[in-house]
Design a protein around this ligand. Structure first.
Ligand SMILES: C[S@@+](CC[C@H](N)C(=O)[O-])C[C@H]1O[C@@H](n2cnc3c(N)ncnc32)[C@H](O)[C@@H]1O
Length: 247
């Protein structure tokens, strides 16, 4: 079962941010042709892009995530597919892989397979925009006594209930894998616990130079590296790593 299927109903409650969307809209404004988003989730970025009148294809592994995206309406062409292997029978001017979808590929070979596939789907001169989270060594360090439970978020739900999410995470520097166990508590409007879920997610972290090397190995020409959505330089303290690379 795709990793995001069991929590697709909670995704839009968890991730309410949109501070990255203007960055992708501005990039789309600059680049020509249709747009593909790889690992598009529930359309957090694909839908505002399509709202500008551009043709947008959204590729997503989880049918449940696509189901949530489709319910929002909008002119996105949804494709259930694996970003490593999906064949879309057309080429795009701009490809986006954002908000850690790239990190969902747990093995280096998977990441390379995706980049080769993404390149195949770009017109010559087409642009890939890739964004992942960046972590400081302190954030990744094992805490004495093991990982501790963190309260990540609390959200009011449309029916008056509440969602609380807690997590435990552990990073293994040898494999670059970060394992996260997420704990969801859902309360109804009267404050009674109505559902409790646990969900495991694993991501493979990457650094700037590894990512640039992967892009070069798969036939891209790296154009720009940013450390955030205001186009600031990438530094040791950056929260984001954004790379723009051309076919
Ligand atoms: C953190 S979410 C980001 C979603 C979206 N890009 C956003 O900004 O909200 C990662 C998404 O990547 C999808 N994903 C993971 N592996 C994938 C793969 N091999 N092919 C396509 N989608 C994948 C997951 O199902 C999930 O919806």
């Amino acid at each position: 079962m795709p990793e995001y299927d069991p929590v697709a109903d909670l995704y839009d409650l968890e991730y309410v941010h949109d501070h990255d969307v203007p960055f992708w809209l501005a990039l789309a404004d600059r680049e020509n042709g249709p747009i593909v988003e790889w690992g598009a989730g529930t359309g957090r970025i694909a839908l505002p892009l399509a709202a500008t009148g551009r043709e947008v294809t959204a590729v997503e592994l989880s049918g449940a995530m696509i189901g949530k995206g489709e319910k929002k309406g909008g002119a996105v062409e949804w494709v259930v597919g694996d970003m490593r292997t999906a064949k879309l029978d057309r080429r795009y001017g701009l490809a986006i892989c954002a908000f850690n979808s790239f990190l969902c590929l747990p093995v280096l070979e998977d990441a390379l397979a995706f980049l080769r596939n993404a390149r195949e789907h770009l017109e010559p001169g087409g642009l890939l925009g890739l964004e992942v989270s960046a972590f400081t060594p302190e954030e990744l360090a094992e805490q004495p006594g093991g990982p501790s439970l963190r309260h990540d978020l609390s959200r009011e739900m449309p029916d008056g209930g509440r969602l609380d999410r807690y997590s435990l995470s552990r990073y293994d520097a040898a494999t670059q894998l970060m394992g996260m166990r997420l704990f969801y508590d859902l309360y109804d409007a009267s404050g009674d616990l109505r559902d409790r879920r646990e969900h495991d997610l694993e991501i493979r972290l990457t650094g700037r130079d590894e990512l640039l090397l992967m892009l070069r190995l798969t036939g891209f020409r790296v154009e720009t590296v940013y450390g955030g959505f205001d186009r600031e330089p990438f530094t040791a303290g950056s929260d984001h790593l954004i790379v723009l690379a051309r076919r």
